[in-house]
Design a protein around this ligand. Sequence first.
Ligand code: CDP
Length: 222
Amino acid sequence: MIITIDGGSSCGKSTLARQLAEKLGYVYIDSGAMYRAITLYFLRNNVNRSDTRQIRDALKNIELEFIHNKHQGNSEMYLNGENVEYIIRDLVIAEKVSEVAALKDVRVFAVAAQQKMGEEKGIVMDGRDIGTTVFPEAEIKIYMVADEAVRVERRFAEMYEKNPNVSLVEVRNNLVMRDYIDANREASPLRKAEDAIVLNNTDLSPKEQLDFAMKLVSSAKR
Ligand code: CDP
């Protein structure tokens, strides 16, 4: 099957996607990591986001690959052969990623790569437009939501561990800004697919959210 998980920033999509992939022996694809890696390339190469030609030339030079790290037990994002998994989580990337992800050419590029990864099925992919644009025919679609305060807390804790200089206000501003841009852009904005099931995990433990999703898996199999 193909399982899609969409929703706003930091509402637990990747945690659930990892849990499901592990339980079902599926491949987990973090589509957001691809937009983050493209953003890193654009920043490093000073790609002008209002110049279509520059954008298209840049995309021709980008190769994205997920490579499994057997020590960590997860897949890591590689940009032109370089492991960028750590650097793409930085706030500098988060500040720009939604603007880059709103570019039509960038979306066409990323969506084509994502659809290719799903050809064999057996995949859990999380993002913003996976159930609406990337895999509209997916067997299971989950749309995750959680209260903003909880989401900010979670993301802050995650980022603080890597960089104790990060502030709660910065994290909140970034989350609110990205959700706004992601939901209001022209090209495949963040929205719930009509046939997606809403999962509000504000008060759910990781085990409870997995149980919820596994029930959907069981009923889809029937
Ligand atoms: O981890 P978090 O949910 O905060 O973000 P992410 O999944 O790493 O995605 C980073 C950004 O990439 C999002 O804010 C969107 O702008 C963009 N994105 C997108 O446009 N479409 C997707 N399918 C996934 C991510």
